[in-house]
Design a binder for this molecule. Structure first.
Ligand SMILES: [Zn+2]
Ligand SMILES: [Zn+2]
Length: 299
């Protein structure tokens, strides 16, 4: 067998199944975003582009923490239907998979935390696998046991879950178009289509990715344990700053049904503060929190 046909055989093997083709696609998309983010050095810095980056990061990370995680995966509160839809949409902009897919995998993580069936445990797999590699594995695309029937009954949630790939393309067009519009109508802002595309779309996505993925990798390796959670989850204050309160991961693994992850005033949890504000204006209600006695049940 020549080396070319050997190569063709191994590529053919990699792309043999639907799961492996999906894994290869995810790998290429992630590679594109990472390489594309390096273009910040070419398009340069402006305060306009940086502000757009921050707003984009805010929408993506709160869509993940408040929406994908605390609402869809854990049902820690109830939300008005339009707000529930907004959270699914905001979470989808973070490009971490469709909302039902993400939440069902996350339920699996809690059920099998740091055991064999946990796809992204740095204890049973390598830290790199927990952080990124699991998304290219075949297991990632096999149907999960968690069918998400509680949210799949909403047609708009099924729609956004199914058409999530189209949203990625629309998001790219949106940021490029916004940059072109600012360049044309507000030249004083000194930005361009490609600069807004790189800062608002590519870089903010990669930044939010690594922050979210670090909850899987870093927060099961580094930090302190306050509660017996039968896994290696840790409280990590640095990750809580970056991930809007999700770094209180040992707290979260102990009381996953809680809408609040930072249990004390000194545990910075912006997602919780935003939820309290949303509760005040009536967007959300029934926010679940542990009792004083449950909080005292420490190691
Ligand atoms: Zn975890
Ligand atoms: Zn969780």
């Amino acid at each position: 067998m020549t080396s070319i046909s050997k190569k063709q055989t191994s590529i053919g093997k990699i792309l043999e199944t639907r799961e492996s083709r999906m894994g290869a696609l995810i790998f290429l998309v992630m590679l594109y975003f990472h390489v594309g983010s390096l273009y910040v050095f070419k398009v340069g810095f402006t305060w306009t582009a940086f502000t757009i980056f921050l707003v984009s990061y805010f929408v993506k990370i709160t869509g993940i923490t408040m929406g994908y995680h605390r609402l869809f995966a854990h049902r820690t509160f109830k939300a008005k239907r339009w707000f529930q839809f907004y959270l699914a949409l905001a979470g989808s902009t973070a490009i971490q998979g469709g909302v039902l897919w993400w939440a069902s995998h996350h339920r699996g993580h809690h059920q099998h935390s740091d055991l064999g069936e946990d796809l992204h445990s740095p204890i049973t797999h390598s830290p790199f696998h927990a952080h990124l590699g699991w998304m290219w594995s075949k297991e990632c695309f096999k149907p999960t046991k968690h069918k998400m029937l509680d949210f799949a009954r909403f047609p708009e949630i099924r729609f956004i879950n199914r058409h999530y790939l189209v949203l990625i393309l629309l998001q790219g067009v949106f940021f490029y178009g916004m940059g072109l519009a600012l360049e044309y109508w507000f030249p004083i802002l000194e930005t361009t289509g490609s600069q807004v595309f790189v800062w608002g779309f590519l870089l903010s996505t990669v930044w939010t990715w690594h922050i979210t993925f670090s909850i899987n990798s870093i927060c099961h390796l580094f930090g302190s344990k306050r509660y017996e959670s039968h896994d290696e989850s840790r409280n990590n204050w640095i990750m809580s700053i970056l991930a809007f309160g999700e770094g209180w991961h040992n707290n979260h693994h102990k009381y996953g049904w809680s809408a609040r992850n930072g249990f004390f005033w000194w545990e910075w949890d912006p997602t919780w503060y935003l939820l309290k504000a949303a509760e005040k204006v009536g967007f959300v209600w029934d926010l679940k929190v542990p009792t004083e006695e449950q909080l005292r049940d420490t190691l």
